[in-house]
Design a protein around this ligand. Structure first.
Ligand code: 5AD
Ligand code: SF4
Length: 446
């Protein structure tokens, strides 16, 4: 009897570590998977700890994502060779057999049916090799996951949809995530209310193709309509959009952004290129002129908006002139932040077979040039705030010293200031007095 109790206690105390790569959607899903195991009595530990089970939530958007995913799997096996190793996410969705062959891997699941992971793990043994990946086409409805039930942070991700129907020629994501599946508005609002009640002060809407929200629903539902409903919830200090495709920004959305708090003046518009022939080959349904017009329209209406972007360089056929067009458009648009990607051929996508693949040396040179331009633009954007008063949501104490606090403005500028721990979660007025490479510093105005 006593032995039985000890046995069940040791089961309750099993240690589980989740290692996450990639985008905000993966982060949201890892938190949900963690919650699923916590509810079953598992003890969540860090990846550095010796855990009984490691779950690696992978990414495959570029070749680097694959490589990092494999590295982290191997690292987990090395940290505890006796642990059960579970691999999930986009990389395992499309390369399940390859992943299962990695020594030490016991279970491979993809991007769907994650609510089954805990049951699958419960039946695993150290010598198991289980491939539980299901083709994404089989899933036409959004699959709910458990919502997190505790908070140690102030910002929470809120997933609103899954999948993408765009099939841009470079992108593997429609193959790893399947078609558009919007989450019901009712469930999104319920989770938002729950997160606010838990003490989160900022919600970040995430998804694979957030701008397409509602298009697969019978009623006239859109991202703007969803935002209107979310903005009615009491207690949201900040509501932030993450990435929204430029072609999905409509006047309703701009009007909402123009109204200001709690909706943050912050947009990540992944334009990918500034050259019309490359945009066409990428399968993007806009031209550089449309982006110029759109960004101008947004900036006219939304005060202090920060607009960042993703750029892919070295797309097949990208000539020096095409690249120059991209550089010039970026300079003209003065993005506040650039996320630069070197084109990575993804097997199964159209562009992987395009002629005119670019050498890695040229990709490297162009990427360095873009990164340098991004740093310059980011510095220029932040310089405008020297001497100005801003509102900062204090999130953390700052590593740079005791009694220093750190937080973000609504347009996502990182600000540090003298302040004690009791400021956490408060919105304070700060006068910006200096600027370093990636941080603004200031003093609180009382
Ligand atoms: N190669 C390089 N970057 C890519 N991205 C998507 N697919 C590829 C690819 N094959 C980038 C895009 C996208 C971001 C999430 O990843 O810029 O916006
Ligand atoms: Fe990929 Fe294009 Fe869909 Fe974005 S919109 S996920 S880049 S296919």
């Amino acid at each position: 009897m006593i032995f039985q109790e000890i046995d069940s206690l040791s089961k309750v105390a099993k240690k589980l570590a989740i290692i996450t790569l990639g985008c905000k959607v993966n982060q949201y899903e890892s938190s949900s998977i963690g919650e699923m195991f916590r509810l079953r009595g598992y003890n969540l530990v860090s990846a550095k700890d010796k855990a009984d089970i490691y779950i690696i939530n992978t990414c495959t958007v570029t070749n680097l994502g694959d490589r990092k995913s494999r590295q982290l799997i191997r690292r987990a096996v090395k940290t505890n060779p006796d642990a059960l190793i579970v691999v999930t996410g986009c990389y395992s969705q499309i390369a399940s057999e390859e992943v299962l062959k990695i020594p030490g891997v016991n279970l491979v699941t993809g991007t769907s049916d994650r609510d089954k992971i805990a049951d699958l793990v419960a039946n695993l043994e150290k010598n198991s090799k289980v491939n539980a990946v299901i083709e994404v086409e089989h899933f036409t409805k959004y699959q709910e996951l458990p919502s997190i039930a505790s908070t140690d942070r102030l910002r929470a991700f809120l997933k609103i949809q899954e999948g993408c129907d765009n099939f841009c020629s470079y992108c593997i994501v429609p193959y790893t995530r399947g078609p558009l599946k919007s989450r019901s508005m009712e469930n999104i609002l319920a989770e938002a209310r729950k997160l606010i009640a838990l003490g989160y002060t900022e919600l970040v809407l995430t998804g694979i193709h957030t701008g397409a929200y509602g298009r697969d629903m019978p009623d006239e539902i859109s991202l703007a309509k969803l935002l209107e409903a979310l903005l009615k919830i009491k207690g949201i200090d900040r509501l932030r959009l993450s990435s929204v495709e430029p072609m999905d920004i409509d006047d309703d959305l701009i009007e909402l952004l123009a109204k200001g708090a709690p909706l943050c003046p912050h947009l990540h518009l992944p334009i990918q290129s500034g050259d019309d022939s490359i945009l066409k080959a990428m399968g993007r349904n806009y031209r550089s002129g449309d982006i110029l017009e759109l960004v101008g329209r947004i900036r006219d209406k939304v005060k202090d908006i920060s607009i960042s972007t993703d750029i892919i360089t070295g797309f097949p056929g990208e000539s020096d002139d095409n690249f120059l067009n991209t550089l010039n458009l970026i300079k003209e648009l003065k993005f506040s932040f650039l996320h630069v990607f070197k084109y990575s051929p993804r097997k199964g996508t159209l562009a992987a077979d395009f002629p005119g693949q670019i050498s890695s040396e040229i990709k490297e040179l162009r990427s360095s040039e873009l990164i340098a331009l991004g740093q310059e633009l980011s510095l220029n954007f932040r310089k405008k705030y020297l001497g100005r008063e801003v509102l900062v949501l204090v999130e953390d104490s700052c590593e740079s010293g005791p009694a220093m606090a750190k937080g973000y403005t609504a347009n996502y500028l990182s600000v540090s200031m003298p302040g004690e721990d009791d400021l956490r979660g408060k919105i304070v007025r700060v006068n910006i007095d200096s600027l370093s490479e990636d941080l603004l510093s200031g003093t609180i105005i009382v």
